[in-house]
Write a protein that binds this ligand. Structure first.
Ligand code: ANZ
Ligand code: ZN
Length: 803
């Protein structure tokens, strides 16, 4: 039996002492930067989902190391965040203490399955030596005009008198007291990610990312090309500007809708005849979220503004104006031309309020086959000189026409909003800004960083929508660095996304006190060559960190504009019962238990074997037992007679095919098929009595990315010196993987009767058997005595029969 407990411990200790996975100083080797999303060290400990990503990155890193690269592969902790803060509130204990306990547990758990991280580069986002640079980057963004303050609504619980994070709002209610949460306007920090919207889309083209991730990012950014059209308000100089992607439907516009929060209302005010009714409506919809407002399935409501009319500039028709909450103030111009015949939301609204529906687009040219609401492109009807054109033609003609008259402008809008960057929370990076009543927002000097989080006694939010930091007068009240007058520190902290937006830069030079990382090292290691992570980060984290990297690149700090060359995402591991693992179901698989029962190598190999890496798969005890048997069978190879004799041709053929396939499969993140091939090879070897020593070595290497402990032991048993990971990946020979076929002439009494195609070097007995079964041969030899058989390997089989 393979004693995994002893052997795994032995090699883990060896790697620690040997610093086997430390990035080498050697510049002759090409670098390879592998990265996996660093975990949030929760109180629950490591999850098998973490193990999946961390094992995958480890397989890849070990493979590249054996291929001769200088690999950078490290680990760290994304450790700011709400759970630690809630723990602090409950236990009156500093969240930092809880966080460190969790980190220690995570580190122990990760180390216990033996991944090849360079632990000398470990980082922790809550370490002042780390967040010093998070704050410094914020100041760069501030200097570049990419960080600004603006009034924006936050979730506000009127009974707790506190701002709430989104996670604390459940079904629109405060998680703690069940009161309805309101939106309260407060000054907040934003990062101008929208400045990079276009670049964030176009630069996706050059990345080796799965198409579906690129598509999600594009959809998230939501580029939309259209036009803005000015509608005049009758008997006034006021214009209502609308944004539309469907200018081709303009002749079907039967009313205009403006968002309830729109500033245009103020301009119109003196004409409005039903102010009370409007105010009542505004009060009613105050607390709806954008999602509820724009949801197609939700009831549309609105109020007609009495006393005003808008004029469609294309046909001078007068139309009514409504306010309705299905139009958002924050998108486009905050106003739309409503075309109920061709837009779902307008259609529902029009039906509810009995408004005119005018068909102007049809599927077939010149035929009014109007369906209730036809939203596709088609051909124009009832549209004056544009009638008969198809939609896309009409769009460009109409825009040109309107541009000429001055009431239309081409416009591109993005769904992407600027990144709300402040939290009314304690456990985050303090924003390094001082607010002075005469100088405004004054950035701290670099020499004043890190701005360390002060200790507080009470972690509860302050009660007026500010962070608990606002209660520490001695910290808050400072002198303005510019004018020396009385000033206050910014008391909001950064969101959890901050620390993870640049951590891949810090691994490159984690101890640097002068810079976030030296230019030389950044040049050497960026970009990340492959980034493993979870599907939940397709948009937010990947987008935010691409944005930071681009901004830093524009500042000349980072040498490449895209941080991640290749991206790979894993599928979920479900529990054995097919459900998601959850404390509630009691079906969570703890890696600690798996390792103590089966060993780290079996766990690693099993998780990599469960199915295609990107697929969801369920844990199966029978599956892991099978892998455990496989590992023991590998171990049993060492009990055979180990020889220096050459392996037979067939064995070499399978071996070299395996070298080729395992290498290619790892490169393509097809771990399960690589492992299947290793199983085929093992089955072939298991029946042999003797086994070639070098072959065992090669087998150990092929298996080593998956089962590093077992492979080290095999390598050392075969006389290898030091770590197997300092050796090199085996090469395959094209010649040996060829399944050569040869043609053999079959003669009977000197006459050619058949030719047989067989494997190169086929044995006599095999070829004779084959010949005897051939119809062409059978009819000559059946019932006859064979006198003699002459066999020339790969060439000839001559049979002499008695006439
Ligand atoms: C008239 C029209 C007719 C429209 C039609 C669509 C179909 P995307 O692709 O999402 O950009 N819209 C514009 N601003 C809006 C706002 N602030 N709140 C809610 N809806 C808004 O969609 C653009 C379309 O969404 C615009 O084109 C506008 O409706 C609506 F047959 O204009 B459309
Ligand atoms: Zn000042």
């Amino acid at each position: 039996m393979y004693n995994f407990k002893e052997i795994e411990k032995k090699w883990q200790d060896f790697w620690d002492k040997d610093e086997t996975y430390k990035v080498e100083e050697d510049d002759s080797k090409e670098k390879f930067y592998t990265l996996v999303e660093f975990p949030y060290p929760s109180g629950a400990g490591l999850h098998v989902g973490h193990v999946k990503g961390q094992t995958a990155v480890d397989v890849f890193a070990r493979f590249k190391r054996l291929k001769g690269y200088n690999v950078l592969n490290s680990m760290g902790w994304d450790a700011f965040g709400l759970p630690a803060e809630n723990f602090a509130i409950k236990n009156k204990k500093h969240p930092g203490i809880f966080t460190q306990e969790n980190i220690n547990n995570f580190r122990r758990q990760i180390k216990s399955f033996g991944p090849s991280f360079d632990w000398s580069r470990e980082i922790d986002t809550t370490d002042p030596n780390y967040y010093k640079w998070t704050q410094w980057i914020f100041l760069q963004l501030f200097e570049m005009g990419l960080a600004y303050e603006k009034e924006a609504p936050i979730n506000w619980c009127p009974s707790c008198k506190t701002g709430l994070a989104n996670e604390e709002v459940v079904d629109g209610k405060c998680e703690r007291c069940d009161s309805l949460v309101e939106q309260k306007n407060m000054k907040q920090w934003f990062l101008k990610i929208t400045d990079y919207a276009e670049e964030l889309i176009t630069d996706l083209n050059d990345l080796n990312w799965p198409e579906y991730i690129k598509t999600s990012q594009k959809n998230w950014i939501g580029k939309s090309e259209g036009a803005e059209i000015d509608f005049s308000v009758k008997d006034s100089d006021i214009k209502i500007r609308v944004f539309t992607t469907r200018i081709d439907t303009i002749f079907g516009c039967t009313y205009v809708v403006i968002a309830p929060e729109s500033k245009i209302l103020l301009q119109l005010e003196y004409k409005i005849e039903n102010k009370d009714e409007l105010n009542e409506y505004l009060e009613k919809i105050k607390n709806k979220s954008d999602l509820e407002r724009t949801d197609l399935n939700k009831d549309k409501s609105g109020v007609k503004i009495e006393g005003v009319k808008a004029i469609n500039p294309f046909n001078n028709e007068e139309v009514d104006i409504f306010i309705a909450d299905y139009v958002l103030a924050s998108y486009g111009t905050g106003a739309v031309m409503a075309v109920p015949a061709h837009d779902e939301r307008d259609f529902e609204f029009a039906k509810k309020y009995d408004l005119e529906i005018k068909t102007v687009i049809t599927k077939e040219k010149d035929i009014d086959n109007s369906i209730s609401c036809y939203t596709e492109d088609g051909h124009l009807l009832n549209s004056l000189e544009f009638t008969g054109m198809n939609s896309s033609q009409a769009r460009s003609r109409m825009i040109e026409f309107g541009e000429g008259k001055g009431f239309v402008q081409r416009k591109i809008n993005y769904k992407l909003r600027d990144w709300l960057f402040s939290r009314q929370r304690y456990w985050g990076e303090p924003i390094p800004i001082i607010k002075c009543s005469s100088c405004g927002n004054v950035p701290l000097e670099k020499s004043d960083l890190p701005l360390v989080l002060p200790e507080v006694e009470n972690y509860e939010p302050s009660g007026n929508g500010e962070s608990p930091l606002a209660n520490i007068n001695s910290w808050v009240n400072v002198k303005c660095p510019k004018c020396g007058g009385d000033a206050k520190r910014e008391t909001n902290t950064m969101p959890q996304w901050a620390g993870s937006s640049w951590y891949f830069l810090r691994y490159i030079d984690p101890k640097n006190q002068e810079e976030l990382a030296s230019a030389e090292n950044l040049k050497k290691f960026m970009p990340v060559d492959i980034y493993f992570g979870g599907a939940e980060h397709t948009t937010v984290h990947l987008l935010y960190s691409r944005f930071w990297n681009k901004a830093l690149c524009n500042k000349g700090i980072v040498p490449v504009s895209e941080p991640y060359k290749r991206r790979v995402q894993h599928g979920l591991i479900l529990a054995e019962d097919g459900r998601k693992m959850s404390k509630r179901w009691g079906n969570v698989i703890n890696p600690d238990d798996v390792i103590s029962e089966y060993g780290a190598d079996v766990m690693r190999l099993y998780i990599m074997f469960m199915g295609p890496y990107g697929d969801t798969s369920a844990w199966a005890t029978s599956g892991i037992n099978g892998i455990s048997r496989f590992v023991n069978k590998v171990w049993n190879l060492t009990e055979k007679e180990i020889t220096e004799d050459e392996s037979d041709k067939e064995t070499l053929n399978i071996l070299h095919k395996t070298i080729k396939k395992v290498g290619e499969d790892i490169e393509n993140i097809s771990f399960h098929t690589a492992i299947s091939q290793l199983m085929i090879l093992l089955n072939h070897l298991s029946v042999k009595e003797k086994i070639n020593k070098e072959l065992v070595n090669i087998f150990a290497k092929l298996l080593s990315p998956f089962t590093p402990h077992l492979s080290e032991e095999l390598f050392s048993l075969m006389g290898g010196i030091g770590s197997i990971f300092k050796s090199s990946w085996p090469e395959y020979s094209e010649d040996l993987i060829k399944d050569e076929k040869v043609k053999i002439a079959v003669q009977i009494n000197g006459k050619l009767r058949d030719t047989l195609e067989v494997d190169f070097d086929s044995e006599e007995s095999f070829v004779v058997e084959l010949a005897k079964n051939s119809e062409l041969v059978k009819r000559w030899i059946e019932g006859k005595d064979i006198i003699k058989i002459i066999f020339i390997k790969n060439k000839l089989l001559s049979i002499v029969i008695k006439q």
